[in-house]
Design a protein around this ligand. Sequence first.
Ligand code: SAM
Ligand code: CA
Length: 247
Amino acid sequence: MANNGEQNQTEAGRHQEVGHKSLLQSDALYQYILETSVYPREHEAMKELREITAKHPWNIMTTSADEGQFLNMLLKLINAKNTMEIGVYTGYSLLATALAIPEDGKILAMDVNKENYELGLPVIKKAGVDHKIDFREGPALPVLDELVKDEKNHGSYDFIFVDADKDNYLNYHKRLIELVKVGGVIGYDNTLWNGSVVAPPDAPLRKYVRYYRDFVLELNKALAVDPRIEITMLPVGDGITICRRIK
Ligand code: SAM
Ligand code: CA
C-alpha cells in the first residue's frame, strides 16, 4: 500500500483520527474503511464515548473505532459470555464488549485508573450495559493471582482482551492461559507497537515506544512458539494478536 500516491503526505498530516493508530500506509484507505464500514454502523453510545474520549488529554490510548468494530464482531462470532479486560481507560473497547455479549454476560474489567473509567461510565449506563461490568481498580496481576488460586476459575473465560502495561504481558499470559477455556480467545493489543518491531536499532523512537518495544518483541516471540495456543497477528489498530487456546 506504500506506492499509491499517499507518500507525499507529511507525517503531521497523517492519521488525524483520534486513537486510530492504523498501520495502513494510506490515510485515504484508512479513512475509507472508517467512513464506509465503521462510522455508518457505529452504535450511538460508541460514537458518544469516542467523542468524549477525543477531548481527553490521553486520547492516544483509546481503541480505534475500526478495532472496536472488530472486537464487537469477534465476540459475537465466538458467542463470548464470560469475558475479561485488562486496561480500560475511558472504556471504548469495554463498551464494544458489553454491547456484544448477551444480557447475562460478564466482563471483569481492571485498570489502575478509575477516574478515566468514570468519564465513560455515564455513556455505558445510558447504553444499558453497565450491569455486565465488574470494574476493579488497581493493578491486574494480583487479581489474576487470586483468580488462579481458585480452580473453579480455570478454563472459565471465553474471551480476554489485554490492553495495558506491555512490560507485564508475559506475566499476564502465564496466568491467563489457565483462566481462558480451551477454544477460548485471548487478544493481546499493540503487538506491532507503532511499527517499531521492525525499526532499526538507531531509529528515532519516542522514549516510551523504545522502552516497551523489547517487551513487545519478547511477547511476540513467546506467543509464536507457545504450543498451547494457535495465533493470528492482525494489522488492525496497532496490531492485535488473537490467541486461541488449544490445550
Ligand atoms: N482498552 C482501552 C480503550 O479501549 O480505550 C485502552 C487502554 S489504555 C491503552 C491502557 C490502560 O492500562 C490505561 O488506562 C492504564 O491505566 C492501564 N494500566 C496500566 N498498567 C496497569 C496495570 N498494571 N493493571 C491494570 N491496568 C493498567
Ligand atoms: Ca491498545
